[in-house]
Design a protein around this ligand. Structure first.
Ligand code: DAK
Length: 259
């Protein structure tokens, strides 16, 4: 499958796929076609048994500077309702495999929201992260008000959403929005390195772990504990759990097959 606004490598390393947003002149602004292509690529990679982890990146200057303002500027509320753009974002949300964002430069508006859909985030020192929608007369539309509040609490989320100011990578790291900051020449390499650590583990367990952690944002403690327990039991349905535990007992490295 070839794409106009994405570069996809389903095997950048063993078990690791790379999706690069590729609309460089517009700072990877997320127009409708790009989002449809992303939906398609994520769906294919999520179904590809060889892929265990997906790394999502842009380029040095921008991860993504937000949804395409030119495409939205003259839309009416009914246009947006009919276009139902949330459908493409839903695919990002429902991707079961762990996703790692490798972020450099601008991650603004929809770009910040796309970054927050990822499970781990590695940023370059140049990253600028924020929700500037308020300066355009609107509010975040792809989860920004909810995900920032759940990650950072009310005070910081309010400040970012009401002022539109962006965070440096260091600040984002300090407040726990992202996982790592590295020099710009290393951000993609570091994200792939992190992906390799995840990909060494059982893909069944990593998917169940992802589902369980994300559930915590959406439910009561008792409900979350209930799902965790069920997912723990489910790990015992496959060979990977036997391999992991017997490898420990036999003092060797486990080889997980995703079975
Ligand atoms: N949309 C369209 N074009 C953009 C863009 C964007 N978001 N960001 C940058 N560009 C374009 C610029 O127009 C410019 O194009 P030309 O003029 O050269 O043709 C080119 O990219 C380079 O940008 P600049 O010349 O502005 O570059 P600078 O380095 O001077 O400034 C900047 C970089 C990132 C500070 C600046 O470009 C900027 O402020 N960009 C806009 C950032 C922003 O406000 N982002 C939030 C957009 S609203 C939804 C899902 C998601 C959303 C909404 C609904 N549904 C599912 C319904 C999300 C909404 C948003 O993200």
């Amino acid at each position: 499958m070839s794409y106009e606004f994405l570069i996809v490598d389903p095997q950048v390393e063993q078990h690791i796929a790379l999706i690069k947003l590729h609309r460089p002149k517009e700072l990877n602004a997320l127009n409708r076609q790009l989002m449809q292509e992303l939906q398609q690529a994520l769906q294919e990679l999520d179904e590809d048994e060889k892929v265990r982890v997906i790394v999502l990146t842009g380029d040095e200057k921008a991860f993504a500077a937000g949804a395409d303002i030119r495409q939205m500027a003259d839309a009416t509320a009914l246009d947006l309702l009919k276009l139902n753009q949330f459908a493409t974002w839903d695919q990002v949300k429902k991707t079961r495999k762990p996703m790692i964002a490798a972020v450099s430069g601008f991650a603004l508006g929809g770009g910040c929201e796309l970054m927050m859909h990822c499970d781990l985030i590695v940023a370059s020192e140049t990253a600028r992260i924020g929700q500037p929608e308020i300066k355009l007369g609107v509010i975040p539309g792809a989860g920004g008000t909810q995900r920032l509040t759940r990650s950072l609490g009310k005070a910081l989320a309010m400040e970012l959403v009401l002022t539109g100011r962006s965070l440096t990578a260091e600040e984002a790291l300090r407040i726990g929005l992202i996982n790592k900051v590295v020099p710009v020449e290393l951000y993609l390499q570091e994200a792939i390195h992190l992906a390799k650590q995840v990909a060494e583990n059982s893909p069944i367990a990593t998917q169940l772990a992802k589902e369980s952690v994300l559930h915590a944002f959406n439910t009561t403690l008792d409900e979350g504990l209930h799902l965790e327990r069920k997912n723990f039991y489910l790990c015992f349905a496959g060979e990977d759990q036997k391999e992991g535990m017997h490898a420990f007992i036999e003092k060797r490295k486990p080889v997980f097959k995703g079975k």
